[in-house]
Each structure stands twice: as structure tokens, then as C-alpha cells.
Design a protein around this ligand. Structure first.
Ligand code: APR
Length: 247
């Protein structure tokens, strides 16, 4: 049987969306690639250039917090001038079209919020927020660059990026919200993620086991592609606008 065309797959996903009122979208670095944000594992990806163990673990921060802050300051400088792309904007538009819509993102770049998304869960934190390593105070801080070793205004202790590093647990309250959203959704879209980092990587397969229709949108297949109902190969910034376009 001939492979369904991308147009046919997009039409099918649109039909599924039209027939439901509870939708979840899970995004990864791929949705921000067209805005100029480097991905992690793709060509020119961050973890191809740098060792995550030197820059994105609590051990690395304890060992050399100046180096870790240099890395996050650089990422903030790269991100500061960038804007959401049509993929982010399409998901923001979708939010008001369904009785229940939840955007779960692994991205820490803040571009979904900049696009107007509000019903969202940030699994891995946000690069524009900092957390005190002493009093645990969490505040938004958009200064670019931050001081080399930024300190807490309340207790004077060293601040750290309010992001989830390798080897750190995700917030259980956030995981509970995710589990409720996946439990109830009728359609889930898995967008621009390589499917190698848990727990996000297996969320689509969990939703499918719970009876949801799951579609993947990615430039290429991922380890979980076979577990989904649909795999649309293309740029999210080109595919997603079709899903919100009338007709
Ligand atoms: N449209 C759709 N998909 C794209 C696009 C695009 N324009 N550009 C790249 N992709 C796909 C790639 O094919 C790849 O499968 O996006 C995926 C990006 O994968 P990664 O770089 O591994 O990023 P991600 O899956 O978000 O990483 C997960 O790993 O490093 C940690 O905490 C970090 O949240 C991150 C997590």
C-alpha cells in the first residue's frame, strides 16, 4: 500500500483535531530551530560542541559555577534577540480552539510564552528565571548578560539557572499535571523532539496506550515513531500553520 502523502497525513490530523476537545502538544528543541535556537543533538547542536557533564549538571555547577554561568549567559545572549516562529504561533492559536489544550515543553527558551501560549507546562524550567542555591527563592531575571557569578538579592547566596539539569528530578507537581493532561487527551502531537530524554520521550507512547491519537511532527523519524499513529516529516514551522488554517 502506497505511503500516505504529507498532505494526506496533515488532512487526517486536522480531521482528528476537528473531532475532539482535549488536545496535548509536546515540544522539543526542534520547534525553536526555525527561530535560530540551536538544538541539542542535531547538526551544530549544543551537545555536539560541548560536554553536557561539564555544563548542565549539579556536579558541574559545584565544580565550576563560573564556567556554567558563562555557558548560560552565552545561551541567554543568543536567545535574547530571537522571536517565535509560525510553529510557536500556531500552537498559541490552537489554545483557544479546544475546551482543553495543554502545551508541554522541554524548551527553556521562553519562545512559547512570547508567542502567546499560556496553558503550558515547562518540564525543564526556563532560562530567564534564576533560583537561589541558598534560600531557594525563584525570580525572573532577564538581564543580558547577568553578572559572572550572580547572587541572591535576599540572602546573598549564589544564584543558579532555574532549569532542570541532567541527573536532577523533575518537579513532582509538574509531573502530576502532565500525567493528568495525558490521561485525558484525545489527540497528542509530539513536535520537534528526538525522543532520547526521559520522561518526555515516552509521554507520546503513554498517551497512545491510553487511547489517544498520537501524531509526530519532525524532520526525521525518532526511536518512538513506530509507537505513534502518524509521522509527519517536515518543519514544524511549515506543518503546524496548516493545522490552524481554515478549510
Ligand atoms: N521542525 C521539526 N523538527 C525539527 C526541526 C524543525 N524545524 N529541526 C529539528 N527538528 C528535530 C530533530 O530532527 C530532532 O529530532 O528536533 C529534534 C531535536 O532533538 P534534540 O536536539 O535532541 O532536542 P530535544 O529532543 O528537545 O532534547 C530533549 O535534552 O538536552 C536535553 O534538556 C534538554 O530539553 C532537552 C532534552
Amino acid at each position: 500500500m502506497a505511503e500516505q502523502s504529507n498532505e494526506g497525513k496533515i488532512r487526517l490530523l486536522k480531521q482528528k483535531l476537528a473531532g475532539c476537545d482535549n488536545v496535548v502538544a509536546l515540544t522539543g528543541a526542534g520547534i525553536s530551530a526555525e527561530s535560530g535556537v540551536p538544538t541539542f543533538r542535531g547538526q551544530g547542536g549544543l551537545w555536539r560542541q560541548y560536554r553536557a557533564t561539564d555544563l548542565a549538571t549539579p556536579e558541574a555547577f559545584a565544580r565550576d559555577s563560573r564556567l556554567v554561568w558563562e555557558f548560560y549567559n552565552w545561551r541567554r545572549e543568543v536567545l535574547a534577540p530571537l522571536h517565535p516562529n509560525p510553529g510557536h504561533l500556531a500552537l498559541a492559536a490552537m489554545e483557544s480552539r479546544f475546551a482543553h489544550f495543554t502545551l508541554i515543553t522541554q524548551n527553556i527558551d521562553g519562545l512559547h510564552q512570547a508567542a502567546g501560549s499560556r496553558k503550558m507546562i515547562e518540564l525543564h524550567g526556563n532560562i530567564w528565571w534564576v533560583r537561589c542555591s541558598g534560600c531557594e527563592k525563584v525570580i525572573e531575571d532577564r538581564r543580558v548578560p547577568l553578572p559572572e557569578l550572580p547572587t541572591c538579592g535576599a540572602c546573598g547566596a549564589l544564584l543558579r539557572p532555574h532549569v532542570v539539569w541532567f541527573g536532577e528530578m523533575l518537579d513532582p507537581n509538574i509531573l502530576e499535571l502532565v500525567s493528568q493532561a495525558i490521561e485525558a487527551c484525545q489527540v497528542m502531537m509530539v513536535i520537534g523532539t528526538s525522543g532520547v530524554v526521559q520522561p518526555a520521550a515516552s509521554m507520546g507512547a503513554t498517551a497512545r496506550r491510553r487511547g489517544a491519537f498520537v501524531a509526530e511532527i519532525n524532520l526525521e523519524p525518532t526511536p518512538y515513531t513506530g509507537a505513534y499513529d502518524l509521522s509527519i516529516l517536515g518543519k514544524s514551522g511549515e506543518v503546524l500553520p496548516f493545522l490552524v488554517a481554515s478549510g
